[in-house]
Write a protein that binds this ligand. Sequence first.
Ligand SMILES: Cc1ncc(C[n+]2csc(CCOP(=O)(O)OP(=O)(O)O)c2C)c(N)n1
Ligand SMILES: [Mg+2]
Length: 362
Amino acid sequence: MPGLVLADRAPAETTSAPIPEPAPAELVRAYRTMVFARAMDERCLTLQRQGRIGFYVPLQGQEAAQVGSASALRPEDWIFPAYRELAVALVRGIPIQLLIDQFFGSGGDELKGRQMPNHYGYRRFNFVTASSPVGTQISQAVGTALAARYRREPILTIAYFGDGTTSSNDFHAGLNLAGVFQTPTIFFCQNNQWAISLPRERQTHSTTLAVKAEAYGLPGVVVDGTDFRAVYAAVAAARQRALGGGGPTLIEAQVYRLGPHSTSDDPKRYRTDEELNAWKARDPLARFKLELMDAKLLNEDQDHALWEAARQEIARAVAQTEATPPVPPLSFFDDVYAVVPPALQEERRSLEQLLAAGTVRP
Ligand SMILES: Cc1ncc(C[n+]2csc(CCOP(=O)(O)OP(=O)(O)O)c2C)c(N)n1
Ligand SMILES: [Mg+2]
C-alpha cells in the first residue's frame, strides 16, 4: 500500500550532537517544580483523607523522572500520560488552580466534572487526558506520531506508563507499530517497582523492562530515575534521535513509588518497611537538593522559602476552589447533542423544576 510508505527520511541514525547540560537557572527551576509537586502531593493526600476530594494518585519518589523527562520536551510535543504524572503537568505549565479545580470537580473545572478525579487533560497544553485503562495511551501516542509524520510536523509524542503496563497488549501493539513505521515517539516507562500490589519480579521475567524494546527493533535505555540530569539527558537524546528520523526509543527510568498506588490502597499490606526505607534513602528531592547546594545554586534558606511559597500557593488555590460554586447540574445536558432530543429536553425541564423547588440540590 503506497500510502503507508513513510520512509522519506533517512533510516535509523544514532544521536549526533552532544546533549547540552541544562543551565543553572533551569536546574533551579526544575528543583522548584519538584518541590511544588511534592508539596501538592502531600496536600492532596490530606485532602482525600479529610473527605474533601474523592480520589488521588500520588507520585512521591517519581519527581526527578517526571520533571527530568518533561523538561527535555518542547511545548509542541504531545504528552500522553498515565494517571500519575502531576509533575509532568506542572512542567507543562498547567496551572495548579486548574488541577485543584479538577480534583474537586468544582465550578472552575474546565472539564465540568465529567472526568474521574485526577484524570485531567488539556488540549491547549498538548496534554492528553489521563488514561485509566493501563497502556491505551501508548498506541494513541504512536498513532499521533504517525499523523505528525504524515503532516511533516517536527514534533514527537511521549507516552508515560509504568512497569506493570509493559505487560499490556497496548505496550506490545504500540511498540511494534512504532518500530515498523519508525515513529517519532518516546516510550517513557517509570519502573516504580510495583503495579499496585504486584512486584516487578512477578510482572515479567525480562532482565530489564528496557530490553523489551529489542524485540521491536528499538533502542531500550535504562536510566536512574532518581537523577534529574540523567533522565533529562536520556530524553533529550531520544528526542534528538526521533526528530532526526532515527525512530522511537524506550526509556526505563528506575524509581520507587514512595506512597500508596492511589488513595484506595494500603501499601503496608504488601511491601516491607525495609524496602521502603532503602528507597527513601534515595529520595530524588533530597539528592537534587544536595547537588544544587554543592553547586552553590541553593542554600537552606532558599530551600525553605521554596517550600513555603509552594505550600502557600497551593493553600490559596484550594481556598479559591472551595469558595467556587459547584458545576451547575443542568450543564450535564450540554455538549453532547447539537440538537438535544425531546426525551432529554424533557429530563432537563424536570431537573430544572426539581432544582427550582429545592428538591434536588447541586
Ligand atoms: C487494562 C487495565 N487492566 C487493569 C487495570 C487495573 N490497574 C490500574 S493501575 C494498575 C497497575 C499499573 O501498574 P504500572 O503500570 O506499574 O503503573 P503504576 O501504577 O505503578 O504507576 C492496574 C493493574 C487497569 N486500570 N487497566
Ligand atoms: Mg509501577
